[in-house]
Design a protein around this ligand. Structure first.
Ligand code: GDP
Ligand code: MG
Length: 686
């Protein structure tokens, strides 16, 4: 591949709800750019972007992949993204390194739950965007209603740049409102033929053009003056559009059919014309805000790693974007995130599963390098002596957990080492051992995410696993203060006896205080050296719990008196005395079961509010507040973890996948007695 300068590069993420046609659209762009000789199809597993065996098997994108289309003297780095929320980790990575996004809308459905979500993430990164209404050739395609759903649900005012000519079976091409010409389906990947806009479309075209020109002029005083005086030239419209798109004030809408390669060349033109090159994009500040990194090959080198994956053919692959300077192959970089040097071998540009070797990657460009040992996703590379840190990638937090164990006995160690590898590769996949339930827990962004990770573990490392819902890590506590409880341990069996005697008071403490041991022994009624033994005896009993075997917490034990025997007393005897005292006290102190309560934040479109709150009530949840955020409502609630184990699934079904939520541990609270009895019965059964 020839060399491209920074200003000739465009980094574009392609985002949408699953199935809108992202991967197909990218395939068509690659075909037009000459990167492939014929257009592959998702359904046949032949596209450039969906190349991994699991993607081919499932006929859908599971990983981001970087592809290159060369177009009009420019290099388009087009990054495909998965549409399913389970893989939004990759989406965050991609949007972090993109300078703009193409949002694909399915003309037969309009905006879907996933469209809303990816749009919001693009908002977070403040990315310029362009909408492509795809599948205009398909039955039930309707441009007008797709457009209306964009305006209504995404709350954005759009600027139509192309109108469809015909629809469904009769879809013939697009009417371009800047050039005011009709553009038909190209012959192969030749330039698409142009002609006059059909007369029946003229009036509508004029009307939309008027709006488009006004939108293009709006951001610029000179252009707006000209607009009111009369006509703008096509060139002026283009310039106005470009600045409007870059500042996110104008969102152009194009249309076409990826599978038919209609409208795709015009989309590529718009990408080149409207989207910023890396040196024109929003400047990047270092994480400490001290340095602005200039997207110039002459600046000092800084590079962000946005994806690492294990490739069955080339081992580990590391994808990166150079933000400033030049990254050279066969060189050494300083990984400022880890504080270590890393040797970089052969660099390449990625083209789906294949790659194109290169000796260097310039500021603004995206590349890939195999077989690194230290670097992880989110790390920064810079030159030795520099300590630049680029802002990292904010990964979504897990929403579902499962307890995992090996299917085959004896695979425990292999399971843990494999799980550790998976967490290294995928920052949204987490592993944790719960000490209370002794379960190994894996968490991720959805059921599909977890099941796919398990499949990969099986295929790549032949570790087969079983999962089940996690157990709730209950705890226990005492509700009543009791005082004056004796624990006495005395054994006399021939020779030397055993003797320990202690007196304690037990008081409940505030939630979250844990355990407090107060030693108020005066006058040596128990010698100093035996006091730790008493505490040990009490602690051991508390660990075992008194109701259902869960650790007992939030309790103060005061040891205030006792007796000893100069010969028969021992650590063991006092430990036993402590544990006896505690057991007696606990019986009288009205023990209770504690359960974890989660702080939950749920964001849904307004119309689902009633159902969400009803569902929370049935889950023993307490709504703490509701806030409006655009057309969405954000509900803050407090809900027991026991009720939230499958919430990602419930929320999806209540809102048709339009809701999202996060939750984090808040505190422990007492389980209502009736429920506690059920938990105890269940534990006993086990
Ligand atoms: P993605 O999930 O957004 O990447 O969507 P895909 O590219 O995988 O496409 C999903 C399905 O829609 C596949 O069956 C495609 O063949 C089909 N598809 C994509 N683009 C078009 C189009 O322009 N017209 C029609 N009729 N089908 C399309
Ligand atoms: Mg796809």
């Amino acid at each position: 591949m020839r060399e491209y300068r920074t200003e000739q590069i465009r980094n574009i993420g392609v985002i949408a709800h699953s199935g809108a046609g992202k991967t197909s659209l990218i395939e068509a762009m690659l075909y037009n750019g000459g990167a492939v000789e014929r257009m592959g199809q998702v359904d046949q597993g032949t596209t450039v972007a969906d190349y991994s065996p699991d993607e081919i098997e499932r006929k859908t994108t599971l990983n981001c992949s970087v592809c290159i289309a060369e177009w009009n003297d420019h290099k388009l780095n087009i990054i495909d993204t998965p549409g399913a929320e389970d893989f939004y980790g990759d989406l965050e990575s991609v949007l972090r390194v993109s300078d703009a996004v193409v949002v694909v809308i399915d003309a037969t459905t309009g905006v879907e739950g996933g469209t809303e979500k990816v749009w919001e993430i693009a908002d977070k990164y403040n990315l310029p965007r362009l909408i492509f209404v795809n599948k205009m050739d398909k039955e039930n395609a309707n441009f007008e209603s797709a457009l209306a759903s964009v305006e209504e649900v995404l709350e954005v005012s759009t600027s139509v740049v192309q109108l469809p000519i015909g629809a469904e079976d009769d879809f013939k091409g697009v009417a371009d409102l800047v050039q005011m010409s009709a553009i038909a389906k190209p012959d192969g990947n030749n330039p698409a033929p142009k002609s006059e806009i059909p007369s029946e479309l003229e009036a509508q075209a004029e009307e939309y053009r008027e709006q488009l020109v006004e939108a293009a002029a709006e951001g610029d005083d000179e252009l707006i003056e000209k607009f009111f005086e009369g006509e703008l030239t096509d060139e002026e419209i283009s310039v106005g559009l470009q600045s409007g798109v870059s500042s996110c004030n104008v969102v152009p809408v194009l249309c076409g059919a990826a599978l038919e390669n209609i409208g795709v060349q015009q989309l590529m033109d718009s990408i080149v014309n409207c989207f910023p090159s890396p040196d024109n994009a929003k400047p990047i500040e270092s994480a400490d805000d001290e340095t602005t990194l200039e997207a110039s090959p002459d600046a000092t080198m800084s590079t962000l790693v946005f994806k690492t994956m294990a490739d069955p053919f080339s081992g580990r692959l590391t994808f990166f974007r150079v933000y400033s300077g030049i990254l050279n192959g066969d060189s050494q970089v300083f990984n400022s995130t880890r504080g270590e040097n890393e040797k970089i071998g052969k660099l390449a540009f990625s083209q789906g599963k294949t790659s194109i070797s290169t000796t260097q990657v310039v500021a603004g460009d995206i590349g890939v390098v195999p077989k690194l040992s230290i670097t992880q996703t989110g790390d920064t590379w810079c030159e030795a002596g520099d300590a630049i840190q680029l802002p990292g990638i904010e990964f979504p937090k897990p929403v579902i957990s499962f307890a995992v164990k090996p299917l085959r006995e004896g695979d425990d160690e292999k399971l843990i080492s494999t799980l550790n590898r998976m967490t290294e590769e995928d920052p949204t996949f987490r592993l944790e051992r719960n000490d209370i339930t002794s379960q190994l827990l894996v968490s991720g962004l959805g059921e599909l995410h977890i099941s796919l990770t398990r499949e990969r573990m099986k295929d790549r490392f032949s570790v087969e696993t079983d999962v089940e819902p996690p157990k709730v890590p209950y705890r226990e506590t005492l509700r009543r203060r009791v005082s004056g409880i004796q624990g006495r341990y005395k054994r006399q069996s021939g020779g030397r006896g055993q003797f320990g005697d202690c007196w304690i008071n037990v008081s409940p403490l505030e939630r979250g205080s844990g355990f407090e041991f107060v030693d108020s022994i005066v006058g040596g009624s128990i010698p100093r050296n035996y006091i730790p033994a008493v505490e040990k005896g009490i602690r051991e009993k508390m660990e075992q719990g008194v109701i259902a075997g869960y650790p007992l917490v939030d309790t103060q034990i005061e040891l205030y008196d006792g007796k000893y025997h100069p010969v028969d007393s021992s650590d063991f005897a006092f430990q036993m005395a402590g544990s006896l005292a505690f057991s007696t006290a606990a019986d009288q102190a009205n023990p209770a079961l504690l359960e974890p309560i989660m702080d939950v934040s749920i964001s849904v479109p307004e119309q689902f509010m009633g159902d969400i709150i009803g569902d929370l009530n049935s889950k023993r949840g307490q709504v703490m507040g509701v806030e409006q955020s655009g057309k969405r409502q954000v509900i803050q609630a407090s809900v027991p973890l026991a009720e939230m184990l499958r919430y990602s699934i419930d929320l999806k079904s209540i809102t048709s996948a339009r809701g999202s939520f996060t939750m984090e541990f808040s505190r422990y609270e007492i389980v209502p007695d009736e429920l506690a009895q059920k938990v105890v019965a269940m534990v006993k059964e086990e």
